[in-house]
Ligand binder design. Structure first.
Ligand SMILES: *Cc1c(COP(=O)(O)O)cnc(C)c1O
Length: 475
């Protein structure tokens, strides 16, 4: 349950160079996360290694919360659990009072296992399974409907359990004002409107009217919210304000055509972050001047209030579901240098790979890389930072680095989101460990995989074993 008294006061350390409030160059010239030297962590826990800062997570959440509280009377922040599923991470967000967005039975199970208040959890998904719906209904989560037959399926399960189900509806917003607006093409080409139109997500106006009318007639169904999320990596707050405004326009439509006004709107996630070193999720676009959560909150909340006033609607409770913007800046990924090879260019091989930084395979400018020892050393070489996999495994092409040799360490910044949670085992690689740093303390929060984890799931059926090993008695 929400327990704000366990959330500590935050005092960021002072660094000679800061990459975030809790990541920077520490007193010995190495890269530090909060009060820990990353070189010492790598020596102790091994590489490849993810390092997460507890205090950076808390700091990022509070910046978001406070920005929205300044501009809106009733707001609830739901961490997108999929961006980092660690149980320790979930505990931290619980202590901060954050809710969560879950996809699938396992994410829901883990959020519940970590003790998250179910009334602050939503279940999203385009093809929810019966066991998943049952877990959500039994625990009182809000289920965001995203298929026409979902309502009947939920009703049947709720009736069987003797429970009331909490419902939202995921919308397919029109987004006409975004017909010429672009984000980063992480999910294929097209403008923001084209991307939204072409994804599987969301119900049309007519469909939502029908769902609302039918749900209102079902005694076990409690309608709670409308929902929208577009993963787009635009951090122009005006784009988000268009989406927020249209949520309210849609509320007016539902009031007029279905007799129900959503008491809550959930505007999803998708907000990014900018860093002075010019990478972060928008590459060349994001720098020290990138818009802040304050800009995001101000424009969205203004749009919501204006549209609600225009339509004579009460202000709904506002929910949002930031993922990457909270988890990303709180983590780094660390690899150790192996073979260094000169040729047409210089390749620096690391034990970290695109298995562990999957977005680097799509957007090779994505992560900013820094040496761990002597992190401020002059960058005199241009190298390709590569992993050990059988493909090109480019983690960072054309990176300016000081001379690196076998045994050195390289860290990729802003790697706390969509790294561990989307890590792969390609080439039968073992998944890395994760260590949580809190001040000068550190603790393992994800065990490193072992050979048994990779090899142990495979089976050889009897006929193949027999063909390989059984003696032919007749011979
Ligand atoms: C992925 C997702 C989020 C979080 O997106 P970010 O880009 O990480 O902020 C929020 N809500 C839903 C429904 C999502 O699918």
């Amino acid at each position: 349950m929400t327990n704000h008294t366990t959330a500590p006061t935050l005092t960021p350390p002072e660094y000679s160079t800061s990459f975030g409030e809790y990541v920077g160059i520490g007193p010995n010239g190495n890269l530090w996360v909060d009060g820990c030297d990353v070189a010492e962590l790598a020596d102790r826990y091994g590489t490849p290694l993810y390092v997460i800062s507890e205090n950076q997570l808390r700091h990022g959440y509070r910046a978001f919360r406070d920005a929205f509280r300044r501009h809106y009377p009733d707001v609830e922040i739901l961490f997108a659990n999929k961006s980092n599923n660690g149980l320790a991470i979930r505990h931290i967000f619980n202590q901060e009072g954050a809710g969560g967005d879950c996809f699938g039975a396992q994410e829901m199970y883990m959020a519940l296992l970590a003790g998250t208040d179910p009334s602050t959890l939503v279940l999203n998904g385009s093809n929810k399974q019966d066991d998943e719906l049952e877990l959500a209904i039994a625990n009182g989560l809000c289920i965001n409907i995203d298929a026409m037959d979902e309502l009947d399926r939920i009703d049947a399960i709720a009736t069987r359990l003797g429970r009331t189900a909490n419902l939202g509806i995921r919308l397919k917003l029109d987004l006409d004002p975004l017909h010429d607006r672009h984000g980063v093409a992480m999910h294929g080409p097209g403008t923001l409107k084209q991307q939204s139109d072409s994804t599987k997500w969301g119900m049309t106006r007519e469909q939502t009217v029908e769902i609302v009318k039918r749900a209102l007639a079902m005694p076990n169904m409690r309608l709670k919210e409308t929902h929208f999320h577009l993963s787009r990596m635009s951090n122009d707050p005006a784009d988000f304000a268009v989406m927020a405004r249209e949520m309210i326009t849609w509320s007016g439509h539902l009031r007029d055509h279905a007799g129900w006004t959503p008491p809550t709107i959930d505007i999803g996630g998708g907000w990014t972050f900018g860093k002075w070193y010019g990478t972060g999720p928008n590459g060349q676009l994001d720098d020290a001047n990138a818009p802040t959560p304050e800009d995001y909150a101000r424009l969205c909340c203004t749009a919501i209030k204006e549209e609600a006033e225009r339509l004579g609607l009460p202000l709904p409770k506002l929910r949002l579901e930031p993922g990457r913007s909270l988890s990303g800046p709180a983590g780094i990924a660390v690899g150790r240098v192996g073979a260094v090879k000169d040729g047409a260019k210089k390749w620096v091989n690391l034990d970290l790979s695109t298995n562990h930084l999957s977005w680097a395979a799509v957007l090779d400018w994505y992560y900013h890389a820094v040496p761990v020892r002597d992190a401020g050393a002059e960058a005199t070489e241009t190298v390709d930072l590569v992993g050990p996999l059988c493909n090109s495994d480019e983690l960072g092409p054309h990176r300016k680095m000081p001379p690196l040799e076998r045994g050195d360490l390289v860290a990729f910044l802003d790697a706390g989101g969509y790294t561990e949670s989307s890590a792969a085992r390609y080439n039968a690689q073992l998944l890395p460990a994760t260590v949580l740093v809190t001040g000068s303390a550190h603790a393992l929060i994800t065990e490193r995989e072992q050979l048994k984890d990779v090899a142990g799931r495979f089976r050889v059926p009897p006929h193949l074993l027999a063909a390989s090993f059984a003696r032919d008695e007749a011979a």
